[in-house]
Design a binder for this molecule. Structure first.
Ligand SMILES: [Zn+2]
Length: 111
């Protein structure tokens, strides 16, 4: 499964968050509690003093084509300076979320 950190994947410190909602579809996320992180960002072993216990929140819809499209649209909102484009993109996200269908087939490079 390919998750998008900050959208459908979060790893707060263990116990910090009771529940979390997915930033793509707004649904309550699944959680795996109190997981000891021993690896760094690039898979290297972390020294003991940097290891920590965290809760891993994931969205059960991650990977669905409509959900992936929303994550790409959210990224576009982050990258545009235009309020008008932001409004258009947000309206499309609401539509995709409601219908759970893509509004456009995505090229592989976008994902
Ligand atoms: Zn979601």
């Amino acid at each position: 499964m390919h998750y998008h950190a900050g959208i459908d994947y979060f790893t707060p410190l263990a116990g910090a968050e009771k529940t979390m909602r997915c930033k793509a579809c707004q649904e309550e996320m699944d959680v795996q509690r109190d997981v000891l992180r021993t690896k760094g960002k690039f898979g290297s072993d972390l020294p003991k003093e940097f290891q920590r216990r965290e809760d891993i929140f994931t969205c059960s819809h991650a990977g669905a084509d409509w959900h992936v499209q929303i994550t790409v649209l959210l990224r576009e909102i982050d990258h545009t300076a235009s309020q008008k484009l932001t409004s258009l993109l947000e309206a499309e996200i609401v539509e995709i979320c409601r219908t759970r269908h893509v509004t456009k087939e995505l090229s592989a490079w976008l994902i």
